[in-house]
Write a protein that binds this ligand. Sequence first.
Ligand SMILES: [Zn+2]
Length: 431
Amino acid sequence: MLTLSKYSFGVGDRFAHQAKAQLRACMLAAEQGAEVIPVWNKSHREHTTVGSQADSVRQAADAAVRALGWKKPYHVDADHIRLETVDGFIASSDFYTIDVADSIGKPAAAADVQALVDRHPELIGRIDIAGIDEPLAISRADVERTAGKFLKAVQEAGAIYRHIASSKGTGKFITEVSMDETDAAQTPPELLVILAALADEKIPLQTIAPKFTGRFNKGVDYVGDVAGFEREFSQDLAVIAFAIERYGLPASLKLSVHSGSDKFSIYTPIRRSLARFDAGVHLKTAGTTWLEEVIGLAEAGGEGLDLAKKIYAKALEKRDALCAPYAAVIDIDPARLPATDEVAGWSSEQYVAALRHDPTCREFNADLRQLIHVGYKIAAQFGDYYLRLLEACEETIARNVTGNLYERHLKPLFLDGRTSHPKQPIKSASR
Ligand SMILES: [Zn+2]
């Protein structure tokens, strides 16, 4: 079976020009002793917005790997696909993020819910799980309610998985199921019921993306109770370790954190939790690289800065339309967005300071950053003009792309504080 490595890192490359700069960040991490496997992810929505084809992601990834001589695995993720969009990704992807969030809350057949409850008496009662202090207490009504809410989505995941497997062959691809783009976070007990149901569907699940508590706004830091997040994340890890043993799910099964870029305040809690459970993680980033392209353009000055200003001006003008598809994952205060005229007068330093995600910088503007984040459609509309300047400003852009992924993401997640890991991580076998 094609197995996903313990630590993997989703990188998004909307305009297919940064794969080398992104791979370089993983190489820097490898040099420092952290093996983090790159996964290039791009969703149908992003392809549609940019006007690109699924194959372009594979081509860019292969070319970067060849150019830099990367010898470890790498993957290409058909991100957030559904039955109606998956076919375009069959040839080029070896990783599928099956998005069933739209089916959450849709009722499954009553007989199917009943069958699940009958099949899993072990889910009812007090369940001791290594790494969770209090046993989970789940009633029959809880299992019925959870199955009622999620079983339809799980069945749909099974149908999409089997559709992919019928073309690609069993064991030839990595399967993720995502439930993050929904209103309510899944609790650890709900996650356990969902995993039992996914195992019943015989999906060789390697990553699961629940929705976590708190806000994961695009391109900016986590908003929420960090201690609560750490508790929930740890409990999810404990539930996964338990479900691997109990339901025979792949040993490589791990959590996937979507909209994972720029969530600086939870990276240390994530790293600590992973160490406690000796667990792996997949963390997806996408738009953070596009933002570094704009930073690199601005930093280059001249035509690059000029284009960065035009992108902001257009994004401001089209704000409502750009924000609409991302309404659930951004929080922009329009009053904090500078006027076009003001930005037109900015130096490279001013533009970069406003956009670069440095929370200690007084000029950093999280509202402007989120607006640019959803504004990649503007760059796509500039077409060749945008691509030509990506190439002309490659030096400043590549430096920012690599530096952002390595310094602000890979290092705090996988390298910092490694000596403080406990000697004896919690293993479900130690129960
Ligand atoms: Zn997602």
